[in-house]
Design a protein around this ligand. Structure first.
Ligand code: ADP
Ligand code: MG
Length: 627
């Protein structure tokens, strides 16, 4: 269903599908239609024009009804085209899978054979095969299938090679499955989408090739009609009676166009990467569609988020990833955002600079002020100038954020020159300086390393250096230490903390680890299901968490040197974001829940002049001690 849905979004593919369905339907009902016999000649009735007498599309040079020949011929052409595509796909895929799965010498022998076939020009090879087998439709079919086998074999081999050494195939081997079974149950299902895609994009070609052979008189033999032979026979009357060529020519055009459009659509719809992006390129900024009036800025903080709501609209569902987040970051301050995975931390961070992919992302309410300037809905050029220059990001996985084919130096130089055009030499010097400032030993040498030549910790240092490249005012670090081991994590944290003090940086530090927050952040905001549930100075929250969620979250963290204690995992799961419950989203998992928690909107209210909590029955310090 999902597949058809996606296909239907692509208008051209949908048109192709409809035309193809009509043509196939016509081909299927041809024997039932009251048509003249396609092969009976009647020279008295030669070259009738379309709509003359009873002949709707006219007659050809032997007086045969063109409509009848067109339908019967189209039927034959389609059948031959699809049959040869199927044969080529089955044989080609089998060859590809065997070569890719077994590899080594088997692969070498098979693929060199395939290469030899590929070395001949396509149509020449087909001609040679038909010449050897003798003319005839079946032989044309064999020839067209044969010349397309290498195409399938190459494609499928490539995919199989990448699958054959994956862990799930190894696991199947370990469980004692035979090779044949592994191929059928593990490899084949992963390869089938590629086969379907390759077929859908080549059927059109095969119909054309068959028509080409028939046109040359090597395919269907008179009096039997197919589209190619109709075109071939009409050749001599091309000028005097053009309708005899136009009729089959137009049919070939329509069929091949429809199949190709449909094939493109199928390819796009089957590509999983395109599924969530809904077949359209993301826009440079997140889409902003606010109905309510835009909130005014209330403070003169460096960054102020106000009632920010970011949703994902896909397949008719609305995922409320961020449901009204307010947050202030002063210059030089480090604010932590903490919460379970999926609580909306990353989406909040990305919304600040309009980096959430649209579609499906939409910002539906709120405002983001950076240094007094409203960013939501700001023109692309404004955001582009701020991105990486005044506001920089550090992401979780440095391996994925660094370009694998460029040296880190080149990438740093690029980051610098994107905002501050300067000579390469200057930028290079600055890059070395940056690497030194993030404590990379031997920076002059290391600058010429590729990302894969560095350790995870070093790569993340490079990521931090890139964020620092233009001396930003604010760094948004999205779980920068989650992918690193504990010792490296400690180094990175102390580095960030030093940099923050030296340069007066403001940092938003996203994490799910209270230990990290304690070490680095002045203030912390706890997020749950897209909203902030508690906010305040780090020490105060760590000493006496007010929201039950914060308390439970802290109880999950093991403490070193405090002896054994039971770790209390939070029971249940976070709510589904497209069906948030009324009232408190944490109610179902909360140990203090009461009926009042499940109704109305619970607001974030101040409990002293620095702290706020979104809970009507917060934990009290006295209770905390009693536990
Ligand atoms: P985290 O707090 O772990 O960083 P995220 O901010 O990445 O969580 O995600 C918040 C929610 O938004 C999650 O439920 C996630 O499934 C959803 N989400 C994130 N990106 C997309 C997307 N492109 N399409 C649909 N939903 C998304
Ligand atoms: Mg995240």
């Amino acid at each position: 269903m999902n597949f058809l849905h996606l296909l239907a979004r692509n208008r051209l593919a949908l048109a192709g599908l409809i035309v193809m369905l009509l043509i196939v339907l016509l081909a299927l009902i041809t024997p039932l239609l009251p048509l003249a016999d396609p092969d009976v000649t009647n020279t008295a009735e030669r070259f009738k024009r379309p709509f003359e007498d009873n002949a709707m599309l006219g007659t050809d040079h032997l007086g045969r009804d063109l409509l009848s020949r067109l339908l019967w011929g189209g039927r034959l052409s389609l059948a031959v085209g699809f049959a040869s595509a199927l044969i080529a796909a089955v044989i080609g895929a089998t060859i590809g899978i065997v070569a890719g799965f077994y590899g080594g010498r088997t692969d070498n022998v098979i693929m060199r054979g395939v290469d030899m076939l590929m070395a001949f020009p396509y149509i020449l090879l087909a001609l040679a095969i038909v010449a050897a087998l003798g003319p005839g439709l079946i032989n044309a079919l064999i020839a067209v299938a044969a010349v397309n086998i290498p195409f399938f074999a190459r494609n499928i081999r490539g995919v199989t090679v990448s699958i054959a050494h994956r862990e799930f195939v190894d696991a199947a081997r370990l469980s004692g499955m035979s090779d044949a079974r592994i191929i059928l149950t593990e490899v084949l299902p992963n390869v089938i989408p590629v086969i379907v895609i390759a077929m859908s994009t080549t059927v059109g070609w095969m119909i054309l090739e068959t028509a080409g052979l028939s046109f040359l008189g090597l395919g269907s033999q008179p009096p039997q009609a197919d589209l190619g032979s109709m075109l071939g026979e009409a050749r001599s009357a091309l000028i005097t009676n053009p309708h005899t060529s136009i009729v089959p020519g137009a049919m070939i055009l329509v069929i091949v166009m429809a199949i190709n459009l449909l094939g493109d659509g199928v390819r796009d719809a089957l590509d999983p990467r395109l599924r969530s992006g809904a077949l359209s390129r993301p826009m440079p900024n997140t889409l902003v569609r606010r109905k309510d009036p835009v909130p005014e800025t209330k403070t003169d903080a460096l960054l102020e988020l106000n009632g920010l709501k970011t949703q994902f609209h896909s397949n008719g569902r609305i995922h409320k990833a961020v449901g009204g987040v307010g947050l202030c970051v002063e210059a030089g301050e480090c604010v932590g955002i903490i919460g379970e995975s999926g609580s909306g931390k990353s989406v909040t961070a990305l919304s600040v600079m309009g980096l959430v992919a649209s579609p499906p992302g939409v910002i539906t309410a709120g405002a983001v002020h950076f240094a007094g300037q409203e960013l939501l809905g700001a023109p692309y050029e404004t955001l582009r100038r701020l991105r990486g220059d005044r506001v920089a990001y550090i992401f979780q996985d440095p391996q994925a954020t660094l370009h694998p084919l460029y040296t880190v130096g080149r990438q740093l130089v690029e980051a610098i020159r994107a905002h501050h055009p300067t000579s390469r030499a200057n930028a290079h010097e600055r890059a070395v300086e940056l690497l030194r400032s993030v404590r990379i030993p031997n920076a002059e040498m290391r600058i010429d390393s590729y990302p894969h030549e560095m350790s995870g910790g070093m790569r993340q240092r490079v990521g931090i250096a890139m964020a620092l490249a233009n001396d930003p005012d604010l760094i948004i670090a999205d779980e920068p230490t989650t992918a690193l081991d504990v010792t490296v994590q400690a180094q990175i944290l102390s580095l960030l903390s030093d940099l923050q003090r030296e340069r007066g940086l403001a940092i938003i530090f996203i994490t799910h680890d209270f230990g990290v927050v304690a070490q680095l952040c002045n203030r912390v905001a706890v997020m749950y299901a897209g909203r902030i549930v508690e906010e305040g100075p780090t020490d105060a929250i760590l000493n006496s968490p007010a929201h039950p969620y914060t308390a439970r979250l802290m109880a999950c963290v093991p403490e070193l040197g405090r002896g054994r204690r039971e770790l209390a995992a939070i029971p249940g799961l976070p709510p589904v974001l497209d069906m948030l419950p009324q009232g408190c989203a944490f109610a179902d998992r909360c140990h203090r829940v009461q009926d009042a928690c499940r109704t109305g909107n619970i607001s974030l209210s101040a409990i002293d002049d620095e702290r706020a909590v979104r809970c009507i029955f917060p934990e009290t310090p006295a209770m905390d001690k009693a536990q």
